[in-house]
Design a protein around this ligand. Sequence first.
Ligand code: ASP
Ligand code: MG
Length: 418
Amino acid sequence: MGRLVMKFGGTSVANIDRIRNVARHVKREVDAGHDVAVVVSAMAGKTNELVEWCREASPLHDAREYDAVVASGEQITSGLLAIALQAIGIQARSWQGWQIPIRTSDAHASARILEIDGTELISRFKERKEVAVIAGFQGINPQTGRITTLGRGGSDTSAVAIAAAVHADRCDIYTDVDGVYTTDPRVVPKARRLDKIAFEDMLELASQGAKVLQVRSVELGMVHNMPIFVRSSFDKPEDIDPHANQPPGTLICSEEEIMETHVVTGIAFSKDEAQISVRQIQDKPGVAASIFGPLAEANINVDMIVQNVSEDGATTDLTFTVPASDYTRARDTITSAKGRIGYQRLDSATDVAKVSVIGSGMRSHAGVAAKAFAALATRNINIRAITTSEIKFSVLIDAAYTELAVRTLHTLYGLDQV
Ligand code: ASP
Ligand code: MG
């Protein structure tokens, strides 16, 4: 007997039929003797609709009221699932973020969880065998008493945080895919499902564009050493043996628990990138600060940075990338600081993509990136910028070559399914 958190995403609770299906997944685990807390997202598409309603009401709206509106999607599904559970004889009740409470910062629309008191949930497991059905994505700021939300995709983070708070043995994330793949199977049909992946590798994969889990949830899993199991909610609930060692899916866990390791774990890509090049700036101290200072003040996240060595010792070029959504603002910020920076020309491109190769095995292997550069060259793919870290390297390329680059690298590092 153990304690489980089961999280179901939007497609898994998209209608009443699917909610009944979720209830049967929960029943299976309850019948197996586990304490269960369930975390649910809003029905598929619901949050988008709510966000759109806020924009329609006023393009510039109060973030506190935005949170009051968008948190409602999860309120509905938590209540509905509790009803569906009761209907099949399972003791259950719904919980909104403020009722537990899930205390968060006051950064509305992107709040961080500060603290969750799991005592009440735990005592109800013990005394009544009651399933807690918790609205994901939302919390409350203790100072203001206002409802907050955790940022899009935030119910993954709710689930892992609750798992830590109730001392669960595992956090199961039920979703519309049956695990974490070496890359997006829609791009590379030969992509393989990973049985296990280390927190660190998963963190990089998620940060670099893999959309399976919210990045913050993986960070939390790593901090609390909470194993996260990504699995499909479309498997028939009754076909699964809750006592089997590992049903189909991917376990995200600490590195020590992974026996067999490859140098490269996976390949992520993102087309939501934009490149800006500031040409012929003075090659002297303080120039980088004059560019990145104003960008930081504008809250624009700069990712890759490349500065050329100046040929004449006088001027140089500086290239960097920003999220495509911040592109116009970034350009405007640089243009307004032109006087201080003192550049000749500003070039930019939005049809670029970042492809990242990830693997903690890179720490102990040399020449991993060099192989990729050679392989991309044989495909005539030009590299615009490169960044590297201990367990990852990324290349910026023309967006049109994304699929070709991902497939090439996937084969190169032996990730193709055999
Ligand atoms: N419903 C929220 C969203 O769509 C939270 C989540 O699904 O994780 O972003
Ligand atoms: Mg999600």
